[in-house]
Design a protein around this ligand. Structure first.
Ligand SMILES: [Zn+2]
Length: 307
């Protein structure tokens, strides 16, 4: 597994396994992708940072699921940042946005020496995970109360509660380089449910899990986003003594799924009175919350289809 063969250090998911202990995981690295998403919006620093964290979390979690469609992470809460949406498609298209209250955010920032913590930013509410696999399939939804000092802790709490898998998650978001470009990283380690039984005895399984979690937490926030530290080299450094194996990476990119047709379709689904009201204006402008693209519709554009 020579690190030198890596050509793409950014915008990828790097899956790995530690077979002797039946553990698997993913390392996520976001460079230009996260910078593009966060720069599309003029968010205050703490809002951009927490959205970056949510996007990194969505990508590490999506990798834990088998699905064909779109995985969405959403928080809804009573803090200054009242809504965060991050989604990732099976093809690796990533996007996200946040809604916040400027006055309350300023107040929260004024009350803290550093930047406000996650509980201060988000407040109380819930975090939901949805998998949308298209029109005629079921939507899978997991939902959990926002508890914990970080989004990663909230997600870990969800896994503990749902008792599906045991998981450890670490996330990092930072600005780097001369232009202060945003970067994000995520590391998730999970215990594979024993099918054919573990290859080590039960006590050792617990020890191995704890050991892996300690090794994982030894990765610093700076290392998770370091462009000079290729993902494979980081994984090898953390887990080489335990026989880590890496697999093919999946590329990620910043791409919105909005289109004029899609937005026109949404407008047409509004009640007739609302459409009539919109048609009184010469131009109705709709801005995509994910990518900030503006779509303009004239009264003619919004005319009923059957006329
Ligand atoms: Zn868009």
């Amino acid at each position: 597994m020579p690190a030198e063969t890596e050509t793409r250090p950014d915008d990828l998911v790097q899956p790995f396994r530690i077979d002797p202990f039946a553990l698997r995981g993913r390392l996520v690295r976001l460079g230009p992708t996260i910078d593009r998403i966060l720069s599309q919006h003029d968010y205050p620093e703490p809002v951009a940072a927490i959205l970056g964290e949510a996007i990194a979390l969505a990508v590490v979690l999506a990798g834990a699921l088998k699905y064909d469609g779109v995985f969405t992470l959403q928080t809804k809460s009573d803090g200054p940042v009242r809504l965060i949406v991050a989604d990732v498609s099976t093809e690796g298209a990533v996007r996200g946005y946040a809604q916040y209250d400027r006055d309350r955010l300023d107040a929260a920032s004024a009350n803290t020496a550093g930047s406000p913590s996650v509980p201060e930013l988000i407040g109380s509410g819930y975090i939901a995970f949805t998998v949308d696999q298209g029109e005629h399939t079921e939507r899978y939804q997991g939902i959990v109360e926002l508890t914990g000092a970080t989004l990663a802790e909230c997600a870990q709490h969800y896994f503990r509660q749902s008792e599906q898998i045991q998981a450890g998650i670490k996330l990092s978001v930072a600005r780097s380089g001369e232009n202060g470009a945003w970067r994000a990283g995520g590391l998730m380690l999970q215990r594979v449910p024993p099918e054919g039984g573990y290859r080590v005895i039960a006590d050792d399984v617990e020890d191995a899990w704890r050991r892996a979690m300690v090794l994982m937490s030894s990765a610093t926030p700076a290392e998770l986003v370091d462009p000079e530290l290729p993902p494979r080299r980081l994984l090898f450094r953390l887990f080489h003594e335990d026989g880590v194996r890496v697999f093919e990476t999946h590329p990620l990119e910043a791409r919105c799924r909005c289109s004029r047709e899609r937005i026109a379709g949404i407008l047409r689904s509004f009640p007739k009175e609302d459409i009539a009201e919109m048609r009184e204006d010469p131009v109705t402008t709709v801005t995509c919350e994910f990518c900030n693209t503006k779509y303009e519709f004239t009264a003619d554009d919004l005319a009923p289809l059957d006329s």
